[in-house]
Design a protein around this ligand. Structure first.
Ligand SMILES: O=C(O)CCC(=O)C(=O)O
Ligand SMILES: [Fe+2]
Length: 318
């Protein structure tokens, strides 16, 4: 019998942890922190178990997404945004199965309601409440992870500035089933450009993550209701390359549609991402010049930037 090993991402359990636990000498906090640090150095991501998003809410999300994507294309296109990739994205010949919509400040009810009213002029309180409460509860996981990261790097003194320098975007996605048994591209391989991304999906799999040594891991949830937490290029740059921001893609087969969401913590425009001096020494020369995330995106969304797998390096690498 051939021995085939299937690569698996680490799974980390965040149940019973709170953001202020690190101030109370909580031993579970220290154990989890060390697992987070190791996973982010090795894989740039991990599977998270986090029951502050109750399973009922997690499940309520997917019918809401179906309702949204079932709207006519003209309605979905009403969600325009000045920021690239924050509004409606779809009908791209390169990724014909994919469409997505961005909800800025998805943890703030008034913002979600305002966007909901664009799609449903008479409102849709069930939709806005589900999206907002899901995003708000999940943003706590983002904060716990970022606090653990800063503590592990010895950068606690930047915590307040770091936390205040970001907003949340919830991007909701639909991938049509390609009606084939052979896998088709759902979303092209890329690294995320933000700080931390937290993904989840309905029962249809398809997310793949590239390891440092060039192997694709197909993500299979270890239990219902789990998340994938992933580092983006902004945190990779800020940690001066210590944390890895992994390439990932979506591959689809079969008939069923895949619905997924990503909660993105995103640096605010005008805020300069500047590697702290503590991260730079002889062994770790500075990798990136200070940069503004929103200005960088203006490069990333040019045809040249889109064709560039290492856009951040081209834009401000040393
Ligand atoms: O749908 C997914 O699971 C991945 C989406 C993704 O990578 C992204 O939106 O950046
Ligand atoms: Fe991504």
């Amino acid at each position: 019998m051939g021995s085939e090993t299937t690569l698996k991402l680490p799974t980390i359990d965040f149940n019973d942890l709170n953001l202020d636990d690190s101030n109370n000498n909580n031993s579970k906090w220290e154990v989890v922190k060390s697992k987070v640090h190791n996973a982010l150095i090795e894989y740039g991501c991990f599977e998270a178990i986090f029951d502050k998003v109750p399973l009922e809410l997690y499940k309520a999300l997917f019918p809401s997404l179906e309702e949204l994507f079932d709207l006519p294309l003209e309605s979905k296109k009403l969600n325009a945004s000045k920021k690239p990739y924050h509004g409606y994205v779809g009908q791209y010949p390169m990724v014909p199965l994919y469409e997505s919509l961005g909800i800025d400040d998805a943890n703030v009810l008034e913002k979600v309601e305002a966007m909901t009213n664009i799609f449903w002029p008479n409102g849709n309180p069930n939709f806005s409440k589900t999206i907002q409460s899901f995003s708000e509860k999940l943003s706590e996981l983002d904060k716990i992870i970022r606090k653990m990261v800063l503590e592990s790097l010895g950068l606690e003194k930047y915590l307040e500035e770091h936390m205040n320098s970001t907003n949340y975007l919830l991007r909701v996605m639909k991938y049509k089933g390609p009606q084939t048994s052979e896998a088709k591209l759902g979303l092209s391989s890329h690294t995320d450009k933000n700080i931390v991304t937290i993904l989840n999906q309905n029962q249809v799999e398809g997310l793949e993550i590239l390891t440092k040594d060039g192997k694709w891991i197909s993500y299979e949830p270890s239990q219902p209701g789990t998340f994938i937490a992933m580092i983006g290029d902004a945190l990779h740059a800020w940690s001066n390359g210590r944390l890895y921001s992994p390439f990932h893609r979506v591959m689809m087969c079969g008939n069923e549609a895949r619905y997924s969401t990503g909660l993105f913590s995103i640096p605010k425009g005008g805020y300069l991402i500047k590697t702290p001096p503590e991260m730079v020494d002889e062994e770790h020369p500075l990798l990136y010049k200070p940069y503004d995330h929103v200005e960088f995106l203006n490069y990333y969304y040019t045809p040249q930037g889109q064709a560039d797998q290492f856009a951040l390096r081209t834009y401000c690498g040393l």
